[in-house]
Design a protein around this ligand. Structure first.
Ligand SMILES: NC(=O)c1ccc[n+]([C@@H]2O[C@H](COP(=O)([O-])OP(=O)(O)OC[C@H]3O[C@@H](n4cnc5c(N)ncnc54)[C@H](OP(=O)(O)O)[C@@H]3O)[C@@H](O)[C@H]2O)c1
Length: 326
């Protein structure tokens, strides 16, 4: 299988990565620990070797205890820790219904120790700043990353939801290996940053690559999410009545390609970005083994440059309601 190089490092991963967030956070009541660990281990058997978590991916278990996604992932990957690339993130805290950002050097230092402990590992392969903290200059954050690399605590670093200017300034101090920004057929506003990735040799890790499931066509209404009040999906604009109507037009197009390629909607939506740029790695998430396999196999679905362009041309004429949109 073709491997994708992470930035200019000697780390290579399979074309589709694994978003681990949903086992603990934003997809309803956390999955029971043993079941989640079994699925995360099965993912490795399927071929996933690029695991994405974050310090702030937490949920509340039915007994009231906190479910730490890092702890879950750390335990799951123990038998194959050195065979996978492990990513986590710092700098975001969930406070009620909003996020707080802190990328001060002191906070980063504290966070990296906490993450290493929760993940039960000696090193993090790829450490992302989860969100830009307007109080801290990129040069300061990059300076701390340089130190952490020298100390062997992290192997490489990246930035999530970065802008071009922030990326360039940070990269000048300590080379950035990857950015992790939202990207899907319904969320294309970061495309202007592709040229910077190409110029600087930076990987684009695409989060929420299926628009939180909307591009799969699996959800017909909000009622399809019945997993308790920790599920963020029912409140997302793509699942409003108007949002679903707008997405429907795109699903008709995706379904046509799916039929032609003997693939599923999920696979077409992932193949579209992988066939567009060879440095884009989608990290879809699912709690279900069958879907993890389906998503991983999207790496085998080929869309020609002409087909990708034809899809882009149609997307240019459409508008969507999507979480994170602006
Ligand atoms: N850096 C950041 O700020 C950031 C933000 C958000 C997410 N992320 C990362 O990106 C990862 C993925 O993002 P995401 O979970 O927001 O969105 P996503 O991968 O676009 O969609 C996940 C949703 O789609 C469903 N799904 C997955 N595969 C499917 C399939 N083949 N057919 C039908 N439904 C399917 C999942 O439900 P089931 O579980 O029921 O299958 C889940 O509801 C996260 O796990 C996280 O690691 C990063």
């Amino acid at each position: 299988m073709k491997q994708t190089r992470l930035g200019k490092t000697d780390m290579y991963v399979n074309p589709v990565g694994l978003g681990c967030m949903g086992f603990s956070h934003a997809s309803g009541t956390p999955m029971p620990k043993d079941e989640a660990i079994a699925v995360l281990r099965e993912a490795y058997q399927i071929g996933y070797n690029f695991y994405d978590t974050a310090q702030c991916y937490t949920g509340i278990n039915p007994d009231g205890s906190i479910n730490y996604n890092e702890e879950l992932v750390g335990e799951a990957i123990k038998p194959f820790r050195n065979q996978i690339i492990l990513c986590t993130k710092f700098g975001v805290t969930h406070k009620g219904d909003h996020l707080e950002f802190d990328s001060s050097p002191e906070k980063i230092r504290q966070s990296v120790e906490e993450s290493l402990q929760k993940l039960d590992t000696d090193y993090i392969d790829l450490y992302y700043q989860h969100r830009i903290d307007p109080k801290v200059e990129p040069e300061v954050v990059a300076g701390v990353m340089k130190e952490l690399i020298e100390e062997g605590k992290i192997k490489a670093w990246g930035i999530s939801e970065t802008t071009e200017e922030y990326l360039r300034r940070a990269h000048a101090v300590c080379p950035v290996t990857a950015i992790e920004n939202r990207y899907s057929m319904m969320a294309r506003w970061h495309e202007p940053i592709f040229k910077v990735c190409e110029e600087l040799g930076i990987t684009y890790v695409a989060f929420s690559p299926m628009a939180n499931g909307a591009l799969t066509g699996a959800y017909q209404s909000k009622a399809d999410f019945g997993n308790g009040d920790q599920d963020f999906r029912p409140d997302m604009p793509q699942y409003s009545e108007e949002g679903m109507k707008k997405t429907r037009k795109l699903l008709d197009i995706i379904e046509k390609y799916a039929k032609e390629k003997n693939a599923t909607n999920a696979q077409i939506s992932l193949a579209w970005m992988m066939c567009k740029k060879d440095y884009i790695i989608p990290i879809p998430g699912s709690r279900k083994v069958s879907r993890l396999k389906e998503n991983f196999d999207a790496g085998q679905v080929i869309l020609t440059k002409e087909e990708v362009k034809a899809l882009d041309d149609q997307l240019d004429t459409m508008d969507f309601l999507v979480f994170g949109g602006h």
